[in-house]
Design a protein around this ligand. Structure first.
Ligand SMILES: Cc1cc2nc3c(=O)[nH]c(=O)nc-3n(C[C@H](O)[C@H](O)[C@H](O)COP(=O)(O)O)c2cc1C
Length: 206
């Protein structure tokens, strides 16, 4: 979440943007000298954001994404799952993917304690499931058909793709944690059509 209290006056933002464009903030060297995966380059972490939350959402909403349900199991064997659009392929060798989990998400504690997670890429007919798994307080698994993968994690039946991942890294990213998983198992449904999310609405590929 972008807090309005951290916003800089427009003039200060403009000055920072000009300095950055001119290389005065050492963009290239800061990136090259970045000491490790958990440390963000200075130019990304130093200036408070000039972008208010409404603008951020409106602009980022133009970017269409697929819709997934991420599942984990806690130490008692209880399933936890949440609708996640911040899912991406990261690396081919080794095969890595990432998901971004908000600090305030109910599932966050279970994810931070878990050693693995699964991703079900929803099909175009699964909008109701996407809504259910985004609904705070809803009983998400009671009426949801799942299968168990090789890791024992819940995989949503009818999804167009399933991935099971061992968690290999976690990185801070603002108010989210970027969870990196090495893919242990993956399968795709032939001819499956994915559910799309854009501009705050669920959509289908034409
Ligand atoms: C289409 C869609 C995509 C979402 N993507 C994410 C995401 O990538 N990461 C995240 O932390 N929350 C995401 N959310 C929010 C969560 O699914 C959920 O609504 C929120 O955490 C509130 O539920 P909770 O109270 O059980 O945590 C998304 C919600 C929707 C509707």
């Amino acid at each position: 979440m972008v807090g309005t209290s951290r916003h800089r006056p427009r003039a200060a933002c403009a000055a920072w943007a000009v300095a950055c464009a001119a290389g005065a903030l050492g963009t290239t060297s800061a990136l090259a000298a970045s000491p490790g995966p958990t440390a963000l380059p200075l130019e990304f972490s130093a200036p408070p954001s000039c972008i208010d939350a409404a603008t951020f959402r409106r602009v980022l909403g133009r970017f269409p994404s697929g819709v997934t349900i991420v599942t984990v199991r806690d130490g008692d064997g209880v399933d936890h799952g949440m609708t996640v659009s911040a899912f991406a392929s990261l690396s081919l060798s080794p095969p890595l993917v990432l998901v971004c989990i908000g600090d305030d998400a109910t599932i966050a504690a279970a994810v931070s304690a878990a050693g693995s997670f699964a991703v079900s890429v929803l099909s175009e007919g699964q909008e109701a499931l996407a809504r259910l798994f985004a609904d705070t307080g809803a009983e998400r698994f009671a009426g949801t058909a799942v299968s168990r993968g090789t890791t024992g994690l819940a995989l949503i039946d009818g999804a167009v793709a399933h991935l099971e991942c061992a968690i290999v890294a976690r990185h801070r990213g603002g108010d989210h944690t970027i969870v990196v998983g090495e893919v242990l198992a993956a399968r795709a449904a032939e001819g499956g059509r994915p559910l799309i999310y854009q501009l705050g609405e669920y959509r289908r590929l034409r």
